[in-house]
Design a protein around this ligand. Structure first.
Ligand code: FES
Length: 213
């Protein structure tokens, strides 16, 4: 049975239309111990700060739009459990549009540029293309990345070096192992900074992705 609890959330606020500097606003929230971070944000929006900007779509860990930083750790807000004390900030290193909403347009453009669809030498003529079931399962697993950018936000190499980040590497590997793809994905990965990776086995990425598989 969920238990009623009191929480304190400190939220980074910034509206470029009126603010010159970001500021932190603290909210006392009454909720339940099974709430997710997104429930806390929604409660604050509904009861205390109707002008708070945040975003989400699916609420079940499938769209990736709710990603924020909580106590310095990038998470999916709809999946991460609430805490007694929370500092909630927009996902770094992305430009902030307002409060907890970041601009993903540069990331989306980079996805397009990497052409994450099989590049074929010749079009497959006919109906559905046959594929080995075991291989399909493997590809599906790699294709389950949401592009939520939690891993990119937590990646130490992205912070310090010219490295696009884990999500991009995973997509390139997905294409490299796709039997229909003829693109030079290794060259693309090197251009995207693959050799700058620290090989840290990013736990943040693994934790979020494991929840969905
Ligand atoms: S709202 Fe879709 S992943 Fe959180």
């Amino acid at each position: 049975m969920p238990t009623d609890i009191k929480m304190r959330a400190e939220i980074r606020r910034f509206d470029p239309a009126v603010d010159t500097e970001p500021r932190y606003e603290t909210f006392e929230v009454e909720g339940q111990d099974n709430w997710r971070i997104l429930d806390v944000i929604r409660s604050i929006y509904d009861r205390q700060a109707g002008d708070l900007a945040y975003q989400f779509a699916c609420r079940v860990g499938r769209c990736g739009t709710c990603a924020v930083k909580v106590n310095g750790v990038p998470v999916l807000a709809c999946q991460e459990r609430c805490k007694p004390e929370m500092k909630i900030e927009p996902l770094t290193p992305f430009p902030v549009l307002r409060d907890l909403v970041v601009d993903r347009s540069e990331i989306e453009a980079r996805y397009e540029q990497h052409a994450y669809a099989p590049q074929r030498a010749t079009e497959y003529a006919g109906g559905p293309e046959p594929i080995d079931v075991k291989h399909a399962e493997h590809l599906c697993h790699m294709g389950s990345c949401l592009a939520c950018m939690v891993c990119v936000s937590g990646c130490p190499a992205v912070e310090e070096r010219a490295f696009d980040g884990p999500a991009f590497m995973l997509k390139l590997r997905h294409m490299a192992e796709h039997p229909a793809d003829t693109g030079n994905r290794l060259e693309q990965a090197i251009d995207a900074g693959m050799l700058e990776c620290f090989g840290c086995d990013l736990w943040i990425c693994a934790r979020n992705c494991a929840r969905r598989t």
